[in-house]
Ligand binder design. Structure first.
Ligand SMILES: [Cu+2]
Length: 143
């Protein structure tokens, strides 16, 4: 094997390793889906979520129906575990978001996510300006 071939092969190995590491970190960020899809429905009004607490199994795939019965736009934003809301909630808080869905006045949206892998209590908020302050906060308990 000449020098150039050796370098090419070595480069290929490195890029494979990098791809593997990127793949592994992706698994760490989002739980691996397990079990059948669970269906939940949420109704947002001006300014609360109904219901405002859910209990789901870790790693469970979820299909969510998000209905907005208000006259304003609303969001259902699931924060990462341990993420604290610092008011006002704005673009600086984007890195705290695990998953989100939003819906306009009178509209219904469907979405899918996988419940975080780590059991515990997670905060849900509406990220629209001043909506948390008016009561748009909820809880997801992961078992
Ligand atoms: Cu809202």
């Amino acid at each position: 094997m000449n020098d150039q071939m050796f370098k090419k092969l070595w480069g290929l190995r490195l890029s494979l390793l990098v791809m593997l590491l990127i793949g592994l970190s992706g698994i760490g960020l989002h739980a691996k889906a397990k079990g059948p899809t669970h269906q939940i429905s949420v109704t947002a009004t001006d300014f609360k979520f109904m219901p405002n607490i859910w209990t789901l199994q870790s790693g469970q795939p979820v299909s969510i129906t998000f209905m907005n019965h208000g006259v304003q736009e609303h969001e259902w934003v699931l924060l990462k575990q341990g993420a604290e809301v610092v008011l006002p909630f704005d673009d600086d808080d984007e890195s705290k978001v695990y998953w989100e869905i939003e819906s306009g006045p009178g509209a219904t949206k469907e979405g899918r996510f996988v419940v975080p892998a780590q059991p515990g209590s997670y905060t849900i908020v509406c990220g629209k300006p001043r909506h948390i302050e008016r009561g748009m906060k909820a809880t997801l308990l992961v078992e």
